[in-house]
Design a protein around this ligand. Sequence first.
Ligand SMILES: Nc1ncnc2c1ncn2[C@@H]1O[C@H](COP(=O)(O)OP(=O)(O)O)[C@@H](O)[C@H]1O
Ligand SMILES: [Mg+2]
Ligand SMILES: [Zn+2]
Length: 573
Amino acid sequence: MRWSQTHVPTLREDPADADAVSHRLLVRAGFIRQLMAGHYMLLPLAVRVRAKIIDVIRQEMNRIGGQELLLPAMHPAEMWRRSGRWEAMGEELFRVRDRKGADIALGMTHEEAFTTLALELRSYRDLPQVWYQFQTKFRDEPRPRSGLVRVREFTMKDSYSFDLDAAGLDRAFDLHHQAYVRSFERLGIPAIPVRASSGQMGGSASVEFACPSEAGEDLVVRCRGCGYAANVEKATSALPAAQDGPGPPAPQPFDTPGVRTIEDLAAGHQAPADRQVKTLVYVLDGQPTLVLLRGDHSLVDQKLFDATGATEVRPAHPEEIRDALGASAGSLGAVGVEDLPVVADEALRGRRDLFTGANVDDVHLRGVDVDRDIRVGRWADLREVGAGEPCPACGRPLEVLRAIEVGHIFKLGSRYAEAFGLTVLGPDGGAVMPVMGSYGIGVERAMAAVVECHHDDAGIVWPVAVAPFVVDLVALDPGDPQVAEAVVALKDRLEAAGLDVLIDDRDQRPGVKFRDAELVGFPFRVTVGARELANGRVELVRRDTGERQTMVVGAVADRVLELAGPAATSSLA
Ligand SMILES: Nc1ncnc2c1ncn2[C@@H]1O[C@H](COP(=O)(O)OP(=O)(O)O)[C@@H](O)[C@H]1O
Ligand SMILES: [Mg+2]
Ligand SMILES: [Zn+2]
């Protein structure tokens, strides 16, 4: 292809509205343009990167026995009602109505659709199945951001496994795990598999693939010692045992005028935050509930979902708090509370001689013994792990990283099979309900993640496997017939070696061409100029190291192949 005939609108300046590096560089290097918030137009170079990403994932999915299908993006509402998700998905699910008045969902994921297809499976002999597709997903995200990282319309590779029993599901899950590790490795995304919450839709296990990046929206907890890694929504740590004294025989009220926060109480009343009980009031599926944490710990909302199974969770309004406890936030506590459910974080188990609010404005209690004084209905891990806390597996200090979730694999179990009445005939003639898994990779998000991990001050540095073109062939004097001829001959030779080549034949100064080549990020630049060509030589420059060498024309293809490795020849047709 020729640059002069390809739409690559590079910009001299950074776009003003771009926060993430990948957003800034993909816009500036002429890969994407925004149509509206959360919806991007992919320009020719981005289409090529996307195709290469899809190719890598497709190969790895085929390798584990996946079959490629393509299901519609528009779904009858009935199907989503059947799973309960027409209601549960709330505003994230785009809904439209057709001319006959029928409700239609724009697919944000395809469990319902694939389960519907699976209703035709008859016998245990039809299992296992691994079905996958590349399909556009629509999600009415509350906050689309960071360019391609969080959008409202994107391509997902989603797959669904159907197995006869739990052991089969374990196998399908492990195979996907391997396929994801290999895919991300080939794509140049340093993704870490981390334990994750299974989310509101249940399921028994889930692993996210987290790419460390400042543009990430997730926090990942990791131990460099033993490899423990978990999303902060799921992570735990080993806390040192508390050294509590026995305290008084009963809690003692004391006046705390003006005290509103954990810090106020700590500063004014010798009540260290780790000796306080923090009392939060949440409404779980309509039921006001007390949520207790150590004063210096924060609540992870997802853990509250996971621990209680509630589908709707929100902090109580001030009036609801006063109705429930007779005091305002600042003086709340659970001592003596009999009529409200109490959920407490594990870190409070067995603690004695603590401080908490007295449910009277401007009064607190000291000497609280959790087991003796508080009726805890449910113990759960609710707190957010902080950097430096000891690893739950080996005790070494944990680190906390910001990361982009690039993939997610779930064991779903039989939830959808149950909702849809999916059964097959078992070996002994009885009906068996298949167990399912679901697995997703966001294609355009993967593109953003690659850029987040591969760039420098001058622009993008594409890994060979996903580069829009592997070689940028720059004609320095495009008007010179000898140069033009040599460029075409070299292009033919490189393409015959399996490399894809863009010829920069634009009528531009060399400085502009070189700067654009760096900004766009082609792994190799070969420069053909009249002067060197007179000696039969051209220049080869590597984008990642900046290394340059002049060589005879005939040696270029082999040299590029040698430097780039096998990934260089998986070029697009
Ligand atoms: N809004 C989005 N924009 C771009 N990619 C997304 C978006 N939401 C999800 N993805 C991609 O799809 C994959 C599977 O999504 P899933 O786990 O179902 O979504 P979520 O974690 O947002 O509930 C994610 O790992 C991510 O790569
Ligand atoms: Mg996810
Ligand atoms: Zn560890």
